[in-house]
Design a protein around this ligand. Structure first.
Ligand SMILES: Cc1ncc(COP(=O)(O)O)c(C=O)c1O
Length: 408
């Protein structure tokens, strides 16, 4: 086992990082959810890094690394290769410092992500979607610009920056028996571990990873670093292998890596969206799935658990217009904009092409068969009521219901 001073980060560097990035990062809230408490059998405290700038904890590490550079080095800018949250985090941190950022991104990365990085003012350099291509291209950019490489996890300043999330979590939640964080390259988990155990040596720290991407669990089981070659998971932030700096901390200071399957990840994400009303991405849901899994629930002596919700960058499965249309019933392509309730819906829908907004004098001309709240507030006339009923019947037939009968 290495001595604490041989690790890439410790409580002192995390505290220095916290002072350096204060005022640049959001102090994200710690929230609770009684449904998830019940499901896990424990008191859970969620550190909401999905509300962090750029939507993920990555901004802490990137910001610390960028703000730490001396002026002469910073002048040439920063370089990284990433297709995910680190790319945006570094771009924003560089813009805040007023220096150039060059981000190597695989040509297959989504247009939305590339646009976000460009919007933060970074230059995007495209490459083939392989790790060697990313590394070669990043080296070429470094030579061309004289910039400095800021990797996404295996870097002392990045690890220390990520650890600041744990300082805040412990300050806001009070004493915890355990902390669970997702693990990909290990920057978050190792930073959280050195910070939390530095502050409170008895706190137990767990990593959470998908079973289809279990290099951290295999590394811990075998006592040597195993690289991930063929990750298969929806948690796209966790595809990377542990690094030379993160591995020793995880090897020596993290109690266990909890593995969860894809179904558990999706179920945890749905539960969190629906019951905690927190929009998290699959990589964050891995930590929630881990506290709900049997292996963790069977551990004794754990009552209060902190969970790092690492990010919330997810492409939503449907747009607000679809949600609005659904809540008004099928076939309600037209929404009256005359009532208090429908005004809200119309505001959402106005920006969307699928729904036509029209304003008229209800109740005789309105065309939305199942808009209950609108109907009751308007008090339809008997004639309108008949029209509504007939339209509702048509709409139900279209949906495959037997009108007047039970669901097929
Ligand atoms: C949302 C999210 N959670 C967790 C991770 C894993 O972080 P690390 O690579 O530091 O383990 C990432 C990495 O990109 C991420 O984007």
């Amino acid at each position: 086992m290495a001595t604490p001073s041989e690790y890439a980060a410790d409580l002192a560097t995390v505290r220095a990082a916290a002072a350096r990035i204060a005022g640049h990062v959001h102090r994200t809230p710690v929230v609770t959810c009684s449904t998830l408490d019940l499901a896990s059998g424990r008191a859970l405290f969620f550190k909401c890094e999905n509300f962090q700038k750029v939507g993920a904890f990555k901004f802490r590490g990137a910001c610390n690394a960028v703000m730490q550079l001396d002026a002469a080095t910073a002048r040439h800018g920063v370089v990284t290769h990433s297709s995910g949250n680190h790319a945006q985090a570094l771009a924003l941190a560089a813009r805040m410092r007023g220096i150039p950022a060059h981000v190597v991104m695989p040509r297959t990365s989504s247009a939305v992500k590339r646009r976000a990085v460009k919007d933060y003012g970074a230059r995007v350099v495209e490459c083939e979607p392989t790790l060697p291509a990313r590394e070669t291209t990043a080296r070429a950019v470094l030579e061309e610009t004289g910039g400095v490489l800021i990797p996404s996890y295996d870097h002392p300043d990045v690890i220390a920056g990520q650890g600041t999330a744990a300082l805040e979590l412990l300050e806001d939640a009070g004493p915890l028996d355990a902390i669970v964080a997702p693990v990909g390259g290990g920057g978050l988990l190792s930073g959280v571990c050195v910070a939390a155990r530095g502050l409170c040596p008895t706190v137990r720290v767990f990593g959470a990873e998908p079973a289809g991407d279990d290099d951290a669990a295999r590394s811990k089981a075998g006592g040597r670093l195993v690289l991930q070659t063929d990750p298969r998971t929806v948690a796209d932030g966790l595809l990377t292998s542990l690094g030379a700096l993160t591995w020793p901390i995880i090897r020596d200071r993290v109690e266990r890596i909890l593995g969860v399957d894809e179904e558990e990840i999706v179920r945890a994400m749905r539960l969190t969206w629906e019951r905690a009303k927190l929009l998290i991405e699959p990589s964050s849901a891995v930590a929630i799935a881990a506290v709900l899994c049997r292996e963790f629930r069977e551990l004794e002596g754990i009552r209060r658990v902190g969970i790092v919700l690492s990010g919330g960058n997810v492409d939503l499965p449907c747009d607000p217009a679809t949600v609005a249309a659904r809540s008004h019933g099928a076939g309600s392509e037209r929404i009256p904009s005359t009532t208090r309730y429908s005004r809200g819906v119309c505001q959402i829908a106005r920006s969307c092409s699928k729904i036509k907004i029209w304003s008229s004098t209800p109740p005789t001309t309105w065309r939305t068969p199942r808009c209950r709240s609108t109907r009751s507030s308007l008090g339809p006339t008997p004639v309108t009521r008949l029209r509504i009923r007939s339209r509702r019947r048509q709409s139900r037939r279209r949906l495959g219901f037997r009108v007047g009968g039970a669901r097929p």
